[in-house]
Ligand binder design. Structure first.
Ligand code: FES
Length: 68
């Protein structure tokens, strides 16, 4: 996937984060922009990351499991 005219995608990674690919703008609850640093970002969905909203890999050590 490339180009800003393509739709962004959000893919749930089994037992892990949400993978966001494409041209999106991440914001805090206050509306401030969060620099993604890369075109594909992993957003925590286990709630245990110390780098929220990004996944820091803690889900593995915590044994986070999803139904998908
Ligand atoms: S999903 Fe990876 S730390 Fe939460």
């Amino acid at each position: 996937m490339s180009g800003s005219d393509e739709r962004a995608t959000i893919t749930p990674y089994p037992d892990g984060p949400l993978l966001v690919r494409g041209d999106v703008e991440l914001r805090t609850a206050d509306g401030e922009t969060i620099a993604p640093h890369r075109r594909t970002v992993a957003l925590c969905r286990c709630g245990l990351s110390t780098l929220k909203p990004f996944c820091d890999g803690t889900h593995k050590a915590a044994g986070f499991r999803t139904d998908d």
